[in-house]
Design a protein around this ligand. Structure first.
Ligand code: ATP
Ligand code: MG
Length: 439
């Protein structure tokens, strides 16, 4: 036997038994985006490194140490996307989506960061990402937050809370940066190496440090809220008024600065107390300067990203059900003639009943072996075809999960028979529904 090739650290397989929680999450977020008029955009996994450097900022955890970058054959530096905002803004610019237009967009998929893997923190992880491009008011900020709150509700997830802050304008922030620089410079000897480097580059990033030794120093640092400009203050009050009116609870956390450089004004984070230290579930903020910074026309914008891996963990932790979808029927085939008909018969049933999940036995073998597989599949009934049934143009239907008579059903009546037994829409209704869906 050859040696097994191990998977990469921090890159997980989602096995079929676990996929159903992912499906439930994906279904809910797609429903919510449809309900609010957000449209899907899909962007590449790979972009030029310069995009993320310029968008996310040099003095961020992501750009300093987390990016998966490599040189292409012609020497261009490429990076696996660590987040989606930069790519979506790039796509909006390069596809001309922002000429006198506004867009409410979402995407979902894998992101890559070279972090130390632990529960809830991986190197390939997955985000749902939403971006509203061209919207400047606090109304859209509130809408994005309402959308995330609705996702928690539909998933039955309690134990989440919302933290909110305003970072003000870049100008106001520049003033605050100098205040902070003075403060941390006075305590330079207590800083760690990361923070010392950021002191010269961007001292705001020190507030984002996860080093527990710095917690006290950070807690005592001057507050950004005190240097907020009047327009940003008004924007923030507008957002709070809308959240209050909609009954969304939050706490203002003046320490919330978020790990990316491109934010301005509104920033927020949904956190949970049920997942230990990987407590951030969904974070976002306004980035009014980013489009211009990436070469587009000045365009206000805001977005959030939800960590799907963590939300799936939380759903499992909180016992959120996610239905398994076993086949409803399992086709058992005895004899060469029946085996030759089996796949075709299942095709006809799928044609007639688009809702039907029917699995055909593959590989043959004894009746006993096939019934064992039928049972293990979780199907409710077996559709049995043997020589005797074939000779009479019928299939035998045998209940697998409850006591009941085995019954013979003529081939022509099989769809109606399955619809009745499985409680699905009848043949005509199913055909009409399909017409509706795939005209
Ligand atoms: P954290 O503080 O936990 O590192 P972050 O500020 O880096 O999070 P964002 O860049 O805002 O996170 O990403 C949005 C969301 O994506 C986070 O709230 C989190 O749920 C999720 N996330 C971020 N990094 C990872 C990761 N390495 N593994 C799993 N989920 C992640
Ligand atoms: Mg991080």
């Amino acid at each position: 036997m050859s040696e097994i090739i191990e998977p990469l650290r921090g890159m997980n397989d989602v096995l079929p038994d676990e996929a159903r929680w992912w499906h439930r999450l994906e279904r809910v977020v797609r429903e919510v985006f449809a309900a609010y008029g957000y449209r899907e955009i899909r962007v590449p996994l790979l972009e030029r490194t310069a995009l993320f450097k310029r968008a996310i900022g040099e003095y961020t955890d992501i750009v300093e140490k987390e990016m998966f970058s490599f040189d292409d054959r012609d020497g261009a530096s490429l990076t696996l996307r660590p987040e989606a905002t930069a790519s979506i803004v790039r796509a909006a610019i390069t596809n001309g989506l922002l000429h006198n237009q506004r867009h409410r967009l979402f995407t979902l998929g894998p992101m890559f960061r070279g972090e130390r893997p632990q529960k809830g923190r991986y190197r390939q992880f997955h985000q749902v990402d939403v971006e509203a491009l061209g919207y400047g008011g606090p109304d859209v900020d509130a809408e994005l937050i309402l959308m995330s709150a609705r996702i928690w509700r539909l998933l039955g997830i309690g134990r989440v809370s919302l933290e909110l802050n305003s970072l003000g304008t870049p100008e106001a922030r520049a003033g605050y940066r100098e205040v902070l620089r003075g403060y941390f410079a006075a305590h330079e000897s207590t800083l760690d190496a990361d923070s010392r480097r950021r002191l010269g580059g961007n001292p705001l990033r020190i507030l984002d440090s996860k080093n527990p030794d710095l917690a006290g120093l950070i807690a005592a640092a001057p507050l950004l809220t005190d240097s907020l400009d009047p327009a940003s203050r008004e924007h923030f009050d507008g957002l709070r008024a809308r959240l209050d009116a909609a009954g969304v609870a939050y706490t203002v956390n003046p320490r919330l600065v978020r790990g990316l450089d491109y934010y301005s004004r509104t920033v927020f984070e949904w956190v949970t107390d049920a997942l230990g230290s990987q407590n951030a579930l969904c974070s976002g903020g306004r980035y009014d300067g980013l489009v211009e910074q990436l070469g587009g026309e000045p365009t206000p914008a805001i977005g959030w990203a939800l960590g799907m891996d963590r939300v799936v963990l939380l759903m499992q932790e909180l016992g959120t059900p996610a239905p398994a979808e076993p086949p409803q029927a399992y086709v058992v085939l005895a004899g060469a003639a029946a085996a030759a008909r089996g796949l075709g018969l299942a095709e006809q049933l799928r044609d007639a009943l688009p809702w039907l999940r029917i699995e055909t036995d593959l590989g043959g073998g004894s009746f006993k072996a096939q019934f064992r597989r039928a049972d293990r599949s979780g199907a409710l009934i077996a559709v049995v075809l043997g020589e005797d049934e074939l000779a009479r143009d019928v299939a035998a239907i045998k209940p697998l999960r409850h006591d009941g008579e085995q019954l013979d059903c003529p081939f022509a009546d099989l769809p109606a028979c399955l619809a009745r037994l499985l409680g699905g829409p009848s043949v005509d209704a199913a055909a009409a529904a399909r017409q509706d869906r795939d005209p």
